[in-house]
Design a binder for this molecule. Structure first.
Ligand code: GDP
Length: 313
């Protein structure tokens, strides 16, 4: 990408989009195009068409999505499917219409079948049934991959897709009903420490395994792929290492400095038992993550302490 190129970061207020903006700015890109959801409703076909016709971005990072943890995905099933389909279809189609040079679409590791072999190789897509709690979100993300592949094969558009593993970092969602596990536990342990509570409720059995990647590492990988990767095969982005929910819960308790007990609430769902990414395609391209989980959690807890008022309003 040329330093003066007009780069649209869709979803720049979110955890991934804001990490992409920080990365692009640190690399000297100054011509970034952004819109808040109040300024541009990405589900609105006419509004997105107007926006692309006016702004004519050269490059697009598609990090806008309706996202959430296991409870939100399972509760707002219609919005997770509809909003994400509309956002992707509008952006990818209009990127094609206005001749965007390259687009990177971000999916998710939940696109893979629930019972797929581990680690998850890119070729396992559509080889089995999905995890029911996030099936609508996964179907929307699979549609996004197929949109990129189809515009590429029919029109030669340089649209690529990347599938990140579970993410965490600054600007995460700390709302306990819609957040993912790491921000939820950072907040719960922190509040329990401050309020001297003897126990903290943790969901499920603790036995599912998850892989976690810091958002700054993800942004770095996306930038790397935008600069170097032009293939039609999508690419997993992760660390290639996972931990049990119990292990990560204990690590967070330690980082926060909470001394009480964990109380496992097995009325809450475990979700998929494991979703470890096979990252050999990414490693073969020459990219590797740099933030280990413990250090990433320490820096995320610091960020939480500095922005708590904004995060838990
Ligand atoms: P998932 O990766 O799509 O399943 O999404 P989550 O990050 O929401 O959940 C990951 C795992 O953490 C699941 O097994 C949850 O049951 C478990 N978990 C434990 N405590 C919590 C919590 O307080 N919030 C959330 N969201 N998940 C939790």
């Amino acid at each position: 990408m040329e330093k003066e190129a007009r780069i649209y970061v869709a979803g720049h207020r979110g955890m991934v989009g804001s990490a992409l903006v920080r990365k692009l700015q640190s690399e000297g890109f100054t011509n970034l195009v952004t819109r808040t959801s109040a300024e541009l409703d990405l589900r609105n076909q006419a509004a997105v068409a107007n926006f692309f016709a006016q702004e004519q971005p050269h490059y697009v990072f598609l990090a806008a999505a309706k996202v959430g943890g296991i409870l939100a995905n399972n509760t707002y099933r219609a919005e997770f499917l509809y909003d994400n389909l509309m956002i992707e279809a509008n952006i990818i189609h209009n990127a094609h219409q206005t001749g965007v040079k390259k687009l990177l679409f971000l999916g998710s590791s939940c696109i893979y079948p629930k019972m797929a072999d581990q680690p998850l190789k890119e070729e396992y897509l559509l080889s089995g049934f999905l995890e029911p709690t996030n099936e609508p979100y996964a179907i929307a993300k699979i549609a996004g991959i197929k949109l990129c592949e189809s515009y590429r094969s029919q029109y030669g558009s340089n649209f690529i897709s990347a599938m990140p593993t579970n993410l965490y970092g600054p600007n995460d969602n700390y709302d306990l009903n819609s957040s993912h596990v790491l921000p939820a536990l950072i907040r719960k342990f922190h509040e329990a420490k401050v309020n001297d509570q003897p126990t903290v409720e943790v969901w499920g059995t603790g036995s599912p395994r998850r892989e976690f990647l810091h958002a700054d590492d993800l942004a770095d990988a996306c930038f790397f792929l935008m600069e170097h990767y032009n293939d039609d095969l999508f690419v997993n982005i992760g660390t290639g290492e996972d931990v049990t929910i119990r292990e990560v819960a204990e690590m967070i308790r330690d980082v926060v400095g909470y001394e009480g007990e964990l109380r496992w609430n097995t009325d809450k769902p475990d979700g998929t038992p494991r979703k470890l990414m096979d990252v050999s395609r990414l490693h073969a391209q020459g990219w590797h993550h740099t933030t280990d989980l413990r250090r990433g959690l320490e820096n995320t807890y610091q960020d939480f302490l500095e922005n708590e008022v904004m995060y838990v309003e």
